[in-house]
Structure formats: structure tokens, C-alpha cells
Ligand binder design. Structure first.
Ligand code: ADP
Length: 284
């Protein structure tokens, strides 16, 4: 093929992909990113529980786990043995419940114990494919569990999304983690995504015997940081042994332990997300 022909074939391919992506995303009312400066702060736990909490409110929800290096959503929802389907043209997400569909990079790996070496362009292609080819149908919310940090991968996902309604930033209370929150907030500004708020996870542990709160990673830093950076504070989720238990056994925490302080904090944290839908509802 001549250079000219190749260039025009490339242009056509890029146009078709971008149209497909726009069409697919136009069926989703609100796209929400869940970000964190570091791994291990509970970002996937928060993304999953936000998705489940919204689904429990009767919203149609999709949860997209785009974390290459630790796709934990299949484990968190006990979907490790599931595989996405296909309707000929598109990939069909895994159904968790009537109101929650799930897609994860983890479903695409041949063996969960394999160490996959992802090179930059490969990641970009897989991300593009996930966003373009997954047929979610009509959704109220797509919750996207982003790769941690503010490097190339989150930037690629953010740039591929035609529009994004907001970001939830997850942090733990200690300074080391909080420093990264600033970067996350600046990242959101850079990619033009409004920050819905900062959520402080692992904020204090209540002793089951005496009720005293032990602030293992300090507490209150997330709220202070949110104030300083002029973004909303979505609340604090305590360290909760039942969260670990629920995560390991793949049972959604907010569903099974809805009376706990942590589950109440999740319900509170989704209020601004629910507000997005109220604002756009025909009579909202
Ligand atoms: P990340 O996505 O930021 O890497 P994960 O969501 O995978 O983090 O969480 C890391 C670990 O911390 C998991 O074992 C999870 O169960 C646990 N965890 C998360 N939040 C809490 C919490 N509030 N209390 C207790 N354990 C938690």
C-alpha cells in the first residue's frame, strides 16, 4: 500500500474507533473515575462498594476495572471464574446482579497467577478496546477503577473517555498518601474532570473490646487536605476487619454489613454521585 493510502486507511480506522467510542459512551449517563495517588489505599474496594451501593439504590451500574497491575474487582465480587460473553460485534460484561455489570482486565488474563508484562502500546490498545468494544447497554453510571497514580495509564484512560462527570479520590490519612492527593487533584484539572471529592479510607480503628478509636494512620488529614485544595470531603471510612473478610470472600461489604459505620460512610459518600443523576433527571 502506498504511503497516502496507508495514511487514509489509518485516518478512517481512527475515525471509526472514535465514533464507536462516542456512540457506546453516549448510552451511559454518568462516568465516574475512582483515583488514588498510590496502590493499597483501598481504591478498588471503594470503587466496588460505590458501584454496589449505587446498584442497591436501583441505578443501572457498570464497573470497569482498568487496573493493569492489580485487577482485584473479580476477587472482590467473587467473579474470578467468570468470562465476558460476546454478541458477535461486542464484548458483553459479566453480570453480577440485575443492576450491576462488571468488566475487568482480570477477566482477560489467561491465568490469574501469570505475571503479565504489559508494554505501553499494548496497554493503550487494551484500554481502547475495553472502552470501545464493551457493550454495557444503557447505564446510569459507569464507575471506572483507574490504575493508581497520575502517570501514563490513568492519563490514557482519561484522554480516551469522551467525557467524564467526576472523580472520587481515595486516600489514607497519613501525609505520605495525602501528598499524592494534590497530584490527583491537579491531574483532574489537567484532564478537565471535576473532582467530586476526597474520601479518607482506613481512618481509625475502633477497638471491638473497649470501643476506643486507635488512629493507626492518623485521622482527619483527608478533610484538611480537601479544605486546603478547595474540593469536597466525602467522608472517612474506618479500618474495618469485616472489609478484609468481605473482600477476600468476594461478598460486597456494603450489602452484607450495611449496619456498620463503614457501610454508612459509603452510603454518605455516594450522595454527590446520586445528585448528578437528580440534576439531569427530566423532572430533577
Ligand atoms: P488499592 O485498589 O488501592 O490497591 P484495595 O482496594 O485492593 O487497594 O485494598 C487493599 C487491601 O486493603 C484489601 O485487602 C482490602 O480488603 C483492604 N481494605 C481496604 N479498605 C479497608 C478498610 N477500610 N478497612 C480494612 N481493610 C481495608
Amino acid at each position: 500500500m502506498s504511503d497516502e493510502k496507508q495514511k487514509s486507511a489509518d485516518r478512517l480506522k481512527a475515525y471509526t474507533e472514535s465514533k464507536e467510542l462516542t456512540d457506546r459512551m453516549s448510552k451511559i449517563k454518568h462516568k465516574i473515575m475512582v483515583l488514588s495517588g498510590k496502590g493499597g489505599v483501598g481504591k478498588s474496594t471503594v470503587a466496588t462498594n460505590i458501584a454496589v451501593a449505587l446498584a442497591l439504590e436501583g441505578k443501572q451500574v457498570g464497573l470497569l476495572d482498568s487496573d493493569f497491575h492489580g485487577p482485584s474487582v473479580p476477587t472482590l465480587l467473587n467473579l474470578e471464574d467468570q468470562h465476558p460473553g460476546s454478541d458477535g460485534d461486542a464484548i458483553l460484561p459479566v453480570t453480577f446482579s440485575e443492576t450491576l455489570k462488571v468488566m475487568s482486565i482480570g477477566f482477560l488474563l489467561p491465568n490469574r497467577d501469570d505475571a503479565v508484562i504489559w508494554r505501553g502500546p499494548m496497554k493503550m490498545n487494551v484500554l481502547k478496546q475495553l472502552l470501545t468494544e464493551v457493550n454495557w447497554g444503557e447505564l446510569d453510571y459507569l464507575i471506572i477503577d483507574f490504575p493508581p497514580g497520575t502517570g501514563d495509564e490513568p492519563l490514557s484512560v482519561a484522554q480516551l473517555l469522551p467525557s467524564c462527570d467526576g472523580a472520587v479520590i481515595v486516600t489514607t490519612p497519613q501525609n505520605l498518601s495525602l501528598n499524592d492527593v494534590r497530584k490527583c487533584i491537579n491531574f483532574c484539572k489537567q484532564v478537565n474532570v471535576p473532582v467530586l471529592g476526597v474520601l479518607e479510607n482506613m481512618s481509625g480503628l475502633k477497638c471491638p473490646n473497649c470501643g476506643a478509636v486507635i488512629n493507626i494512620f492518623k485521622t482527619g488529614g483527608g478533610e484538611k487536605m480537601a479544605r486546603e485544595m478547595d474540593v469536597a470531603f466525602l467522608g472517612s471510612i474506618p479500618i474495618e476487619p469485616q472489609i478484609v473478610e468481605a473482600s477476600d470472600s468476594g461478598t460486597p461489604f456494603v450489602y452484607h454489613y450495611n449496619k456498620t459505620e463503614a457501610a454508612k460512610a459509603f452510603s454518605q459518600a455516594i450522595v454527590p454521585i446520586l445528585d448528578l443523576d437528580r440534576k439531569t433527571a427530566p423532572n430533577g
